[in-house]
Ligand binder design. Structure first.
Ligand SMILES: Nc1nc2c(c(=O)[nH]1)N[C@H]1C(S)=C(S)[C@@H](COP(=O)(O)OP(=O)(O)OC[C@H]3O[C@@H](n4cnc5c(=O)[nH]c(N)nc54)[C@H](O)[C@@H]3O)O[C@H]1N2
Ligand SMILES: Nc1nc2c(c(=O)[nH]1)N[C@H]1C(S)=C(S)[C@@H](COP(=O)(O)OP(=O)(O)OC[C@H]3O[C@@H](n4cnc5c(=O)[nH]c(N)nc54)[C@H](O)[C@@H]3O)O[C@H]1N2
Ligand code: SF4
Ligand SMILES: [Mo]
Length: 884
C-alpha cells in the first residue's frame, strides 16, 4: 500500500499541475470537506491513489483512509482523462465495501439451490472442493466444461491466464449486452486496435450526437463532460443531439431532435447524401484514405434523401439539410458522437457505420477538434506508436489453446449443423473457432476482431445442449437479474442437470450469488490490485493502477489470490503460471518496462509519458527505417507488409512515402466491408438483410412500422447516480433514485387516460427480425409499474431505467425495513461494522409509506441479438400499455 500523508500528496498533485500545465487544479482544490458528520483529520489520514470501480469509466481517484477505514473518495488530478473530477457514484465504493450485505466469508448452500440457506465454510474446504471438480475435468480431457463467465474484469489478463492455463476457451463476457454493436463498426472502419475512439471534443466546434447520453452515462462520459462544457463556453462549440427522450444530454444540448427509435442510420445517410450533393465532402482525404470510390458512394446515397429520412425518423428534412451543412462547414473541427442509443438496434451496426462515415466524408479523422484515435493499449501495441513501452503479463504466460478445427476431437463433439458451418468457414475463422459458447458460429463478427462473446445466448445455448457444463463460475456478473429474459438465466442456473456446480465470486449477496452452490467473497475495488488502461481523450496514452487502500474485510480475498490458489490445487502444470506470493508482485512485473519506478507509480496512481506529441494523424506518420527493414510492398495496392510472407500489413505507400495508415487489412478506412456479406453467406442470413450489407445501409426495424395505438417502443436508460444492476444497494445512490417509473409524453398520457402516479400493465412481445425466437406470438413477459408524464418524450416511446427492482442485495436495494436475511445466514456479521441507516432509515420502503424499490424489467425484455455481431437490441422492444 502506498502511504502518503496529505502534505506529500499535495506535493505530487502540485507538481503535476505544473507539469501538465492545463489541469487548472490548485493544491487547495484537491479535497473539499468531508460530507460525513465527523470531519476527517487530514494530518493523520493517508491518501492513496487508485482507480474507481463505480462504473466502466474507471477514473483515477484518491481515497482517504483514517483508522484503517476508507472515509472519502476524491478525484486524482493526475488522471489526464478526468483532470481530477469524479461523479457522485465514486463514493459508492465506500458504500459497497462496508455494506451490510457484503459477503466476507466463503459460503456453501445447505438447502436446495436458490433456497437461500447457507453455511459458512473455510477457504480450504471451498477451494479443495472446486479444485477437485475442475481437476477431474482436466484429467478426463474435457476442460471446456469449466465455464468462467464474467461481467466486468479489470484484472488485465489475469482471469484469461487462468482459463488458458486450465485449457478452457469458455471465458465468457457480456460484451453483447453492453457495446458490441458499436465496437464492431469502429473496428471494421479503423482496425482492431481502435475498438474505441477519442473525439477531440475539447477543440471541436460541432458535435453531432446520435443517442449517446454522454452527460450522465457513456464509458468516457466523465472524461468528456468538462471538455464539452469548456468547448461550448469558451469557443461557442455546438452540441446537437438526436434522442428519443429528454435525457440529461439532450436537455443541455444546443439542439435536441426527437427521433423515432432505430432510425439514426437514415438520418446519418441523409446527411451524407447532403454533404456529397453539396460538394462539401473532403475529396482529397476520401481519395487518400477511404477504401471505396466516392463516385460509388454518391450513387449509393441517392435514395437516402432528407425527405426519406424525415419520413423514417420524424426529424425534418430542413433540419437534416441544415445540420449536415453546418457539420461539414465546421470541418475538420467537428465530430460525431454515438453510443448505445444508435447501435443497440437490429439495424444498429449499420447505423453506426453510417454515422462513422460522416467523419470520413468531411475528413476530420485524426485532426485537432475532430474524430481522433488514440491507441489505448500500452501493452502489445499493434499500431506501433513510437516510444510507448510494451507492458505485458509476466512470463511464463500459458500457450495458446487449440482451435476446434475439422479433424480435432472438439470439432467432432459439435452438432452436425454447426460442424457443417464451421467446416465451410474461411481458414482465418477456423483458426479462431472455439465452440459455440465462446465463438458462436452464427455470430462470426462477434469474434472476428476479438472475442466479444454473445452473453445473452449463453444460457439458451447451455439449455439446448450446445455445450455441456460441469463447473460454472460467475464473477462480477449480474445475469440472473440484468440479462434480457433474465428468467432464462435463472431457469438454467437453477437446473442442476444443466449446471451441476455453480461458484459465484461476488462482493454482495446478489441474485446471481443466490443461485450458487458456493459463494467466494472477493475483495472490493478498495481492497485489491488491478491494472488499468483506457483510451485517452487527452490523446496521450496513459496507464494507472488500482491498489488496495485497506485490507479485505473478514475473509474476503482478491480474485487473483483465489484463482492462484485454485491453480495450485488443480496442478498439472497450471500452477507454474501463478508463481507469485503477493498480487502486487504480479502487477509490478507487468510494469517492468515503464520508465517510472514501481514506487513512484504507486505514489501517483497514474503514469503518462511527459512531453509526448498528441496522437493526431497517426495514420499520416511515416514508418521508421527500423520497421521498414525486411518489409515487402505490394506493387498494386501499396500495402507494406512486415515481411515477404505478406501476412501482416504494417503500412501503406502514399505519394512515395511509407505511412502507417490505419490498422485495417487495406491500411485504409473500411467504408466497403466485405465481411458483412461474407459472414451472412456463411450463416445463412439472406443478403437482403440490412446486416449483410457491405456499404452502410438503412432498413426500418421490422415490427416498428405499424404500431397500434396502444403499442409503444419500450426503451431503457441509465441514471447518472446509478450503475447497472449493482448500485441500488449503495445507500446514498438509492436514497436519490430508488424507483424506475415509466416516462411517457403528456400527449400519450392523455390518450391512454393516464396521469403521473398511475400504474400501467406492460406486455412485451417477441421481436420480428431474424433473431432468437422472433415472431412467436406469446409475449415475453409482463410487468406493472407507475408512469410519469414528461414533456419532451417521443409520443411512441416508453422509457424506463433498468437499475431498480432487486429482490436480493439486501434491504437498501429491496427498499424494505425488515431485518437482513443475509445477516441471519452469517455471511458477513459483525465485521462490516453495521450501519445505523440500514434497515431503519429506508424511508422509501412501502412499509414507510414510500414508493418502494421499483420493478425488475429485464425479465420481460426479449433476448434479441443483432445478426452476425450479436449485440443485444435493448431499444427495439415493442410493448402494449394499459392502465392497470
Ligand atoms: N451513470 C452511469 N454511467 C454509466 C453506466 C451506468 O450504468 N450508469 N454504465 C456504463 C456502461 S457499462 C455503458 S455501456 C455506458 C452506456 O452509455 P450510453 O450508451 O451513453 O447510455 P445508455 O443509457 O446505455 O443509452 C443511451 C441512450 O440512448 C437513447 N436511445 C434509445 N434508443 C435510441 C435511438 O433509437 N436513437 C437515439 N438517438 N437514442 C436512443 C436512450 O434514451 C438513452 O438515453 O455508460 C457507462 N456509464
Ligand atoms: N434493460 C437494460 N438492461 C441492461 C442494459 C440496458 O441498456 N438495458 N445495459 C446493460 C449494460 S451496458 C451492461 S454493461 C450490463 C451489465 O451487467 P452485469 O455485467 O451483469 O453488471 P452488473 O449489473 O453491474 O452486475 C455486476 C455484479 O457484480 C458484482 N460485483 C460488483 N463489484 C464486484 C467486485 O468488485 N467483485 C466481484 N467479484 N463482484 C462484484 C455485483 O454484486 C453484481 O452482482 O447490463 C446491462 N443491462
Ligand atoms: S464516472 Fe464516476 S463512478 Fe464512473 S469511474 Fe468515474 S468517478 Fe467512478
Ligand atoms: Mo455497458
Amino acid at each position: 500500500m502506498a502511504d502518503l500523508t496529505r502534505r506529500e500528496f499535495l506535493q505530487i498533485a502540485g507538481g503535476a499541475t505544473a507539469a501538465v500545465g492545463m489541469l487548472g487544479v490548485r493544491p487547495e482544490d484537491v479535497h473539499a470537506e468531508a460530507s460525513d458528520a465527523s470531519p476527517i483529520d487530514y494530518e493523520r489520514a493517508r491518501a492513496v491513489p487508485t482507480i474507481c470501480f463505480g462504473c466502466t469509466t474507471h477514473c483515477g481517484v484518491i481515497g482517504w483512509v483514517e483508522d484503517g477505514r476508507v472515509r472519502k473518495i476524491e478525484g486524482n488530478p493526475l488522471d489526464p482523462n478526468t483532470r481530477g473530477a469524479i461523479c457522485s457514484k465514486a463514493n459508492g465504493m465506500i458504500s459497497y465495501t462496508y455494506a451490510p450485505t457484503r459477503i466476507v466469508y466463503p459460503m456453501r448452500r445447505v438447502g436446495k439451490r436458490g433456497e437461500g440457506k447457507w453455511e459458512r465454510i473455510e477457504w480450504d474446504e471451498a477451494l479443495d472442493e472446486i479444485a477437485s471438480r475442475m481437476k477431474a475435468l482436466r484429467d478426463g480431457g474435457t476442460p471446456e466444461r469449466f465455464v468462467f463467465h464474467y461481467g466486468r474484469d479489470k484484472t488485465k489478463g489475469f482471469t484469461k491466464r487462468f482459463t488458458d492455463a486450465f485449457g478452457t476457451p469458455n471465458r465468457l463476457n457480456r460484451r453483447s449486452i453492453c457495446s458490441s454493436n458499436r465496437r464492431a463498426p469502429l473496428m471494421s472502419f479503423y482496425g482492431r486496435e481502435f475498438e474505441w475512439e477519442s473525439q477531440d471534443v475539447e477543440n471541436t466546434q460541432f458535435i453531432l450526437n446520435f443517442g449517446s447520453n454522454v452527460m450522465e452515462a457513456h464509458q468516457g462520459g466523465l472524461f468528456m463532460v468538462k471538455r464539452i462544457v469548456d468547448a461550448r463556453v469558451e469557443r461557442g462549440a455546438k452540441l446537437v443531439t438526436f434522442e428519443v427522450r429528454p435525457s440529461a444530454t439532450a436537455s443541455v444540448s444546443d439542439e435536441f431532435h426527437l427521433v423515432k427509435p432505430g432510425t439514426d442510420g437514415a438520418i446519418a445517410l441523409a446527411m451524407a447524401h447532403v454533404i456529397v450533393r453539396e460538394g462539401l465532402a473532403n475529396e482529397a482525404f476520401w481519395k487518400r484514405w477511404a477504401n471505396h470510390p466516392l463516385e460509388n458512394i454518391r450513387k449509393h446515397l441517392e435514395p437516402y434523401t432528407p425527405a426519406f429520412a424525415e419520413r423514417e425518423s420524424g426529424v425534418s428534412a430542413a433540419d437534416i439539410e441544415r445540420l449536415a451543412v453546418a457539420f461539414a462547414k465546421a470541418a475538420p473541427r467537428c465530430c460525431t458522437l454515438s453510443n448505445r442509443g444508435s447501435a443497440k438496434h437490429y439495424n444498429g451496426v449499420q447505423a453506426d457505420r453510417a454515422i462513422r462515415m460522416l467523419d470520413v466524408l468531411v475528413g476530420n479523422v485524426g485532426e485537432p477538434g475532430g474524430f481522433c484515435l488514440s491507441s489505448p493499449r500500452m501493452w502489445k501495441n499493434r499500431y506501433g506508436q513510437e516510444g510507448l513501452p510494451v507492458v505485458d503479463q509476466p512470463a511464463p504466460a500459458p500457450g495458446p489453446l487449440e482451435p476446434w478445427k475439422p479433424g480435432t476431437r472438439m470439432f467432432a463433439s459439435l452438432p452436425a449443423a454447426v460442424q457443417e458451418r464451421v467446416a465451410a468457414f474461411p481458414e482465418d475463422w477456423q483458426k479462431r473457432y472455439f465452440g459455440e459458447l465462446a465463438t458462436p458460429s452464427e455470430y462470426p463478427l462477434s469474434w472476428h476482431w476479438y472475442p466479444m462473446r454473445v452473453g445473452q445466448l449463453v444460457y439458451p445455448y447451455i439449455r439446448e445442449g450446445r455445450q455441456k457444463v460441469e463447473v460454472y463460475m460467475s464473477y462480477t456478473l449480474g445475469a440472473a437479474y440484468g440479462y434480457p429474459e433474465a428468467t432464462v438465466a435463472r431457469e438454467v442456473l437453477r437446473d442442476e442437470t444443466l449446471i451441476p456446480f455453480h461458484v459465484a465470486i461476488d462482493i454482495s449477496y446478489s441474485e446471481q450469488a443466490a443461485l450458487a452452490d458456493i459463494i467466494l467473497p472477493d475483495a472490493t475495488s478498495l481492497e485489491r490490485w488491478d491494472a488499468h488502461s483506457t483510451n485517452s481523450y487527452d490523446l496521450v496514452p496513459y496507464t494507472g493502477i488500482r491498489q488496495p487502500l485497506v485490507e479485505p474485510l473478514g475473509e474476503a480475498r482478491p480474485v487473483q489470490i483465489l484463482l492462484r490458489d485454485l491453480a495450485r490445487r488443480v496442478g498439472g502444470g497450471m500452477e507454474h503460471h501463478f508463481d507469485f506470493d503477493r498480487v502486487e508482485d504480479y502487477y509490478r512485473a507487468w510494469y517492468e518496462n515503464l520508465p517510472v519506478s514501481w514506487d513512484e507509480l504507486k505514489r501517483r496512481g497514474i503514469w503518462q509519458e511527459a512531453g509526448r506529441k498528441k496522437d493526431y494523424g497517426l495514420h499520416e506518420r511515416e514508418l521508421p527505417a527500423t520497421e521498414l527493414q525486411g518489409s515487402a510492398t505490394d506493387a498494386e495496392t501499396g500495402i507494406i507488409y512486415r515481411d515477404g510472407a505478406k501476412k501482416q500489413a504494417i503500412g501503406i505507400r502514399v505519394d512515395a512515402k511509407a505511412l502507417r495508415g490505419f490498422d485495417t487489412p487495406t491500411r485504409k478506412i473500411t467504408i466497403h466491408e466485405p465481411l458483412f456479406p461474407l459472414a451472412a453467406r456463411h450463416t445463412g442470413l439472406p443478403l437482403d438483410d440490412v446486416n449483410a450489407k457491405a456499404l452502410p445501409e438503412y432498413q426500418p426495424i421490422s415490427g416498428h412500422e405499424d404500431l397500434a395505438d396502444d403499442e409503444f417502443i419500450l426503451t431503457t436508460f441509465k441514471w447518472n447516480v446509478h450503475t447497472q444492476g449493482r448500485s441500488t444497494y449503495w445507500k446514498h445512490q438509492a436514497e436519490i433514485v430508488h424507483t424506475n417509473d415509466i416516462f411517457l409524453s403528456p400527449e400519450t398520457g392523455r390518450r391512454l387516460g393516464l396521469e403521473t402516479g398511475d400504474e400501467v400493465t406492460v406486455v412485451v412481445r417477441r421481436p420480428r427480425g431474424r433473431t432468437y425466437r422472433s415472431g412467436e406470438d406469446e409475449p415475453v413477459g409482463t410487468f406493472r409499474n407507475r408512469v410519469r408524464l414528461l414533456n419532451g418524450m417521443h409520443a411512441k416511446v416508453a422509457a424506463c431505467s433498468h437499475h431498480a427492482g432487486h429482490w436480493e442485495h439486501g434491504p437498501v436495494a429491496q427498499a424494505r425495513t425488515e431485518e437482513d436475511p443475509t445477516a441471519r445466514a452469517g455471511m458477513s456479521a459483525e465485521l462490516r461494522g453495521g450501519d445505523p441507516d440500514v434497515p431503519e432509515r429506508i424511508w422509501w420502503a412501502k412499509s414507510e409509506g414510500g414508493t418502494g424499490g421499483g420493478v425488475a424489467i429485464n425479465d420481460a425484455l426479449p433476448i434479441n441479438p443483432t445478426p452476425l455481431v450479436g449485440g443485444q437490441c435493448w431499444f427495439d422492444n415493442v410493448c402494449t400499455l394499459r392502465k392497470a
